[in-house]
Design a protein around this ligand. Structure first.
Ligand SMILES: [Zn+2]
Length: 179
């Protein structure tokens, strides 16, 4: 299958928040991983998504290799709370060389780190790339490990913490669609 770079991969956040006509994207080409179809359970979004698929959007499962690459990048960035569906949507865009449409900041962050072009339709989108760690809420020590564990020094609870932000993104203006 050959898909042009202007193909869009849609994630669940876009389907749930964007009320405009998604069908307009079809002239460029739309691909959706099966996991998004599973995630969108409620009307009217489910019907809108079904119409989009009936009108020609392709449902493509991402390859294991791409999923693995995205999972590793998400882990390295401390984006531990990304769902399997989030991982798969970035993986499909990576695999197809497509543009990812997403309102989810974690998904945008990981896409950016992988060089996957992304756009958002209803929100502003991230302005910086973030690397996350966790911080103990009791003693304040910072760790580079997933949240949910306890502090190895004092036994306190660990919370997600922004470790560093890489330089400001300049390309957002061009990538953003107004409205
Ligand atoms: Zn502690």
């Amino acid at each position: 299958m050959t898909l042009s770079p202007s193909v869009y991969v849609l994630d669940t956040s876009v389907i749930l928040t964007y009320s405009g006509a998604l069908g307009a994207l079809l002239k460029e080409g739309v691909a959706i991983p099966p996991s998004v179809l599973d995630e969108v359970q409620f009307e009217p979004q489910r019907s809108r998504l079904r119409e989009l698929v009936e009108a020609g959007a392709e449902v493509i499962p991402p390859a294991e290799e791409a999923i693995k690459k995205v999972r590793e990048t998400a882990r390295a960035a401390g984006e531990h709370q990304m769902s399997e569906a989030d991982i798969k949507v970035v993986a499909l865009a990576l695999q197809l060389g497509a543009t990812l449409l997403t309102e989810d900041y974690s998904v945008q962050n990981v896409a950016q780190l992988l060089g996957v072009p992304w756009r958002c339709l209803t929100t502003r989108g991230i302005r910086k790339v973030y690397i996350w760690g966790v911080k103990c809420v009791d003693c304040g020590r910072v760790f580079e490990k997933p949240p949910g564990e306890v502090c190895s020094i004092c036994g306190g609870r660990l919370r997600r913490w922004r470790l560093k932000a890489k330089g400001k993104l300049n390309f957002n203006k061009e990538l953003h669609q107004s409205g």
